[in-house]
Ligand binder design. Structure first.
Ligand code: FES
Length: 79
């Protein structure tokens, strides 16, 4: 769905800017996507999409694969 008609920015663009581009504020979105830089009518809807995307980001568990500790690596090599 288009959020900003002046700059053809969709809700998907906003979510991608949050997840992949690190956008956290309306200023970030304005800088990355250009929305709200013209008539400003997209501001309220953009802020809502931004807040939902940020909430989803916080709720999404992240799995990070860490390398083994040095002692574990030595023990595996000697086994
Ligand atoms: S609709 Fe976004 S600046 Fe006009």
């Amino acid at each position: 769905m288009y959020v900003c008609l002046c700059h053809a920015v969709t809700d998907h663009d906003i979510r991608r800017a949050v997840v992949q581009g690190g956008a956290r504020t309306m200023r970030d979105l304005r800088h990355q996507l250009g929305l709200c830089a013209c008539c400003g009518r997209c501001g309220p809807e953009a802020r809502e999409v931004l807040n939902r995307a940020r909430a989803t980001l916080k709720a999404t568990p992240v799995h990070i694969e860490l390398p083994p500790l040095a002692d574990e690596a030595v023990a595996r090599q000697s086994a």
